[in-house]
Design a protein around this ligand. Structure first.
Ligand SMILES: CCCCCCCCC/C=C\C=C\C(=O)SCCNC(=O)CCNC(=O)[C@H](O)C(C)(C)COP(=O)(O)OP(=O)(O)OC[C@H]1O[C@@H](n2cnc3c(N)ncnc32)[C@H](O)[C@@H]1OP(=O)(O)O
Ligand SMILES: NC(=O)C1=CN([C@@H]2O[C@H](COP(=O)(O)OP(=O)(O)OC[C@H]3O[C@@H](n4cnc5c(N)ncnc54)[C@H](OP(=O)(O)O)[C@@H]3O)[C@@H](O)[C@H]2O)C=CC1
Length: 340
């Protein structure tokens, strides 16, 4: 596989004509050397930004609370379940693979001492969602916290996508979030019970992104759903917030979005903090937003991405590749220029 990326060629800065000549870099070839600051999986500045992963809220913050987490058996969902459970919540985790859910529930409850209930659920199917919520209500009652985390995604040129590929992703991400939110929301409203909803989206929900077009479309829809309900359902005691994570190395995401493992270093080089995020960092933010410490937070969309989005958005940010000597040359050329 040959993946070609246009980047600013830091080696060609010795003449003004070459100044903004982009070069073609073959990502899988030797041409990557110019991009590499370090062979480690983190850049040197990452030493200033150590990830603190242990639960940061006070023990008991979620005592007597029920938290429902879709996709809670793996990755970020598992991390959020662990943190909420550590802080006293009784958690219900829901996804398709019951064996994985059971193993996670057992692992977490044995560490935290709090019950975790695994419930099979296909969020693409409203009947399955209803059966799951029925079971939760029967076992532990209506939730205080609802985290829409389940998702599907893979990289693919959009011209290779079938209608069913689009449907698989948008049914999971957008329709799944809608089925869960409508089903639980209606029951909470009827019972006059308040709750905190959280949706996990992504930084490209704002910008769109090539090669993950169904995911980008669906995540943008999820954000519109949340923001609409902030306004409409606040009067019922329901609040809604959004976390947009940058890259976190989970098996579910990286096996489908970086299948050869070759993009990781490139990603780290565009993250100003110099490293990937961690599951524990997302879990702490999620716990805060779903806790009563955040009672006045509704309608917030929080990027947690080590600065990656800002780096990618800035027109000139690739100039961080320019060396001091190259700046000397450029500055001299610029200062020599008179008039227009
Ligand atoms: C610069 C690189 C950066 C790399 C890392 C960046 C990290 C940042 C990440 C940012 C955002 C992340 C967002 C996420 O959501 S990550 C979470 C990912 N986790 C999952 O996806 C877990 C669940 N996924 C799945 O179950 C499957 O992957 C699924 C395909 C989404 C659904 O599986 P299933 O229901 O079994 O569906 P099918 O296998 O039947 O497929 C349905 C349909 O889709 C077509 N298809 C499947 N894979 C591909 C592919 N790779 N390319 C093209 N098309 C594909 C399949 O053929 C079916 O269509 P059809 O019936 O027409 O053949
Ligand atoms: N990791 C990252 O870098 C980033 C992740 N995110 C978001 O974080 C969230 C978690 O992703 P991550 O932990 O990385 O990946 P995972 O693949 O581990 O998590 C996805 C979860 O969704 C569940 N799921 C998928 N389809 C369905 C379905 N039809 N019904 C019920 N559950 C389903 C899966 O369980 P099962 O297969 O058992 O159904 C799985 O537990 C997602 O919303 C993702 O978009 C956003 C930005 C970056």
């Amino acid at each position: 596989v040959k993946i070609i990326i246009r980047i600013f060629d830091a080696e060609s800065l010795s003449t003004s004509n070459a100044l903004f000549t982009p070069c073609l870099l073959q990502l899988f070839g030797n041409g990557t050397a110019v991009l590499r600051k370090s062979d480690d999986d983190r850049a040197p500045q990452a030493r200033f930004f150590p990830p603190l992963q242990e639960p940061m809220l006070l023990p008991g913050t979620f005592k007597n609370k029920v938290a429902f987490i879709t996709g809670g058996g793996t990755g970020l969902g598992k991390g959020m379940t662990f943190t909420l459970s550590s802080l006293g919540a009784e958690c219900v985790i829901a996804s398709r693979n019951l064996d994985v859910l059971k193993a996670t529930a057992e692992e977490i409850s044995s560490q935290t001492g709090n019950k975790v209930h695994p419930v099979q659920c296909n969020v693409r199917d409203p009947d399955s969602v209803k059966a799951t919520v029925d079971q939760m209500v029967n076992d532990v009652g209506l939730p205080d916290v609802v985290i829409n985390n389940a998702a599907g995604n893979f990289i693919s040129p959009s011209e290779r996508l079938s209608a069913n590929a689009w449907k698989a992703i948008t049914d999971t991400v957008l329709n799944g979030t809608a089925y869960i939110t409508l089903d639980i929301g209606k029951r909470l409203i009827a019972a006059q019970k308040g709750a905190a909803f959280l949706c996990i989206t992504t930084i490209y929900a704002d910008s769109g992104s090539g090669f993950v077009m169904p995911s980008a479309s669906a995540k943008a829809g999820v954000e519109a759903l949340c923001k609409s309900l902030v306004a409409e359902w606040g009067r019922y005691g329901l609040r809604f917030n959004i976390i947009q994570p940058g890259p976190i190395k989970t098996k579910g995401a990286f096996s489908r979005l970086d299948p050869t493992g070759k993009f990781e270093k490139l990603m780290i080089e565009r993250i100003p903090v110099g490293r990937l995020g961690t599951v524990g960092e997302i879990a702490n933010l999620a716990a805060y937003l779903c806790s009563d410490y955040a009672s006045w937070v509704s309608g917030a969309t929080i990027k947690i991405d080590g600065g990656e989005y800002s780096f990618m958005a800035g027109e000139f940010n690739s100039l961080s590749l320019v060396t001091k000597e190259q700046w000397d040359v450029m500055e001299a050329i610029i200062r020599q220029t008179k008039g227009s």
